[in-house]
Design a protein around this ligand. Structure first.
Ligand SMILES: [Zn+2]
Ligand SMILES: [Zn+2]
Ligand SMILES: [Zn+2]
Length: 238
């Protein structure tokens, strides 16, 4: 994308912002269209594309870590209950020692997981600084501001196809919505404790620092239908 176009985008970014606000006031759904046109006409720098990809990857990682957190909380409570009940029922000493070790290891893992959450969130906002003056960033925030945006039929369909909770009656994905957290909500990851129970998996996925790969391209070519649709419903949707 030409240097002049990008200069035009940045030198006048307050103007673009005001224009969007004006459109937003009168025709709320048109603001996303304006942002898309601006994005398509003015584009991003290479380092902004990289930052956007990193941002999305960290967002993905935060989703997995949050679902791991739920699993750790449940597992800690389960092990603690065995130990507490054992105080009354006289738990076999070998069994007590085994459960006690498992409990303490799980508490440590839970703390590591919480640290990784902090780390990823920090990285995410740091990368956001590199592109948040652009129309695509404003589109992304706008799209994810609406409570329940993640229940878009296409995303529900993807969750079903992947064997997530939307395939069952539990309603976990729907329940994940909540005031003030809409930016973070998402469907099941392999760390979803409900999915794990359903599949009888006893431990959350892989080591914590496994690289999280983005399953779609943030800069998709026209024939990449899946990535284009992902960008459509997670960025451009109004
Ligand atoms: Zn579920
Ligand atoms: Zn699930
Ligand atoms: Zn789902």
């Amino acid at each position: 994308m030409g240097h002049r176009k990008l200069k035009f985008r940045d030198d006048h970014h307050r103007f673009w912002f005001r224009l969007e606000l004006k459109v937003l006031k009168n025709h709320p759904s048109a603001a996303q269209k304006v942002r898309r046109v601006l994005h398509e006409k003015l584009g991003l720098r290479e380092q902004e594309w990289t930052a956007l990809k990193e941002f999305m990857t960290n967002h993905e990682a935060v989703g997995v870590i949050s679902q791991r957190h739920e699993w750790f909380l449940k597992e800690c409570a389960r092990l603690k209950k065995i130990l507490d009940d054992g105080n009354n029922d006289g738990l076999d000493p070998d069994e007590r020692s085994r459960v006690s070790t498992a409990y303490h290891e799980t508490v440590i893992e839970q703390r590591e997981n919480a640290d990784e959450w902090t780390n990823r969130v920090r990285l995410l906002w740091r990368t956001a600084c590199s592109f948040q003056h652009t129309p695509i960033a404003r589109a992304l925030y706008e799209c994810r501001k609406k409570e329940g945006w993640h229940m878009h039929p296409w995303l529900v369909q993807q969750c079903k196809l992947a064997g997530g909770c939307c395939q069952r009656e539990c309603g976990c994905c729907e329940k994940r919505r909540g005031a003030g957290i809409s930016f973070w909500v998402r469907h099941c990851t392999p760390a979803c404790h409900c999915c794990m129970e359903h599949l009888d998996i006893k431990r959350p996925i892989g080591p914590l620092r496994d690289t999280v790969k983005l399953c779609y391209n943030v800069r998709p070519p026209e024939d990449d239908v899946f990535s284009n649709q992902m960008m459509e419903v997670t960025v451009w949707h109004s």
